[in-house]
Ligand binder design. Sequence first.
Ligand SMILES: Nc1nc2c(ncn2[C@@H]2O[C@H](COP(=O)(O)OP(=O)(O)OP(=O)(O)O)[C@@H](O)[C@H]2O)c(=O)[nH]1
Length: 230
Amino acid sequence: MAEGAPSSSSLPPPRTRIFKIIVIGDSGVGKTCLTYRFCAGKFPDRTEATIGVDFRERLVEIDGEKIKIQLWDTAGQERFRKSMVQHYYRNVHAVVFVYDITNASSFRSLPSWIEECKQHALGSEVPRILVGNKCDLQDSVQVGTDEAQQFADSHSLPLFETSAKKPNGPEEGSQRNSDHVEAIFMTVAHKLKSQKPLALSQPAQGLGGAIDLNRGTDNKGDRGWGCTSC
Ligand SMILES: Nc1nc2c(ncn2[C@@H]2O[C@H](COP(=O)(O)OP(=O)(O)OP(=O)(O)O)[C@@H](O)[C@H]2O)c(=O)[nH]1
């Protein structure tokens, strides 16, 4: 080793990168339950309407790098959003749109949530996904998979259907396959990591930094993830 060159033991420990993912959709679709399921590993005993925003974090390891996934559980009710909405969108790395498969109105609201992203000048290259929640309630389905898939395709959004309550697959006899909440958020994290490999010359940044996960992408040929109307 050259004299004066830092040995690996004298290098500061790498800072943990933070991926900020916002979860948006109508009130009651299950945003709190989905984020809680991913970060705490279980369905919450009870929830109350989110006021402003709640944060949940989980440290994961992807290809040997520790990454903090920070989920911003936003309020679905307009009266609880107003003052906070600017903060949601600042330095956001990915967006998860949620609707409730047993509530057609929450599905019809999706264009307005997509529009809100647009209003906040989110680049079209920021990964976005669409999640239909409450797949365990098969007797009450109001939004069929085909309809949701059509919508997702028309907006270039990957679609996942899941249940925050019973994420281990469909009930016996159900036609519908449920994605696992864990797999959904990890898919987003993998996407973000692949978009922005950790460069030694570029220290990891948290919320305060203007980390740009969207440049130098390797997503040629990828289908989905962007949003054609955003
Ligand atoms: N059966 C079933 N119920 C769910 C599921 N996810 C959420 N719920 C229920 O749906 C209701 C609303 O869930 P929340 O997670 O609080 O909804 P939210 O989208 O965060 O609502 P806001 O905070 O008002 O925006 C609660 O009664 C949950 O128990 C699910 O996957 N299956």
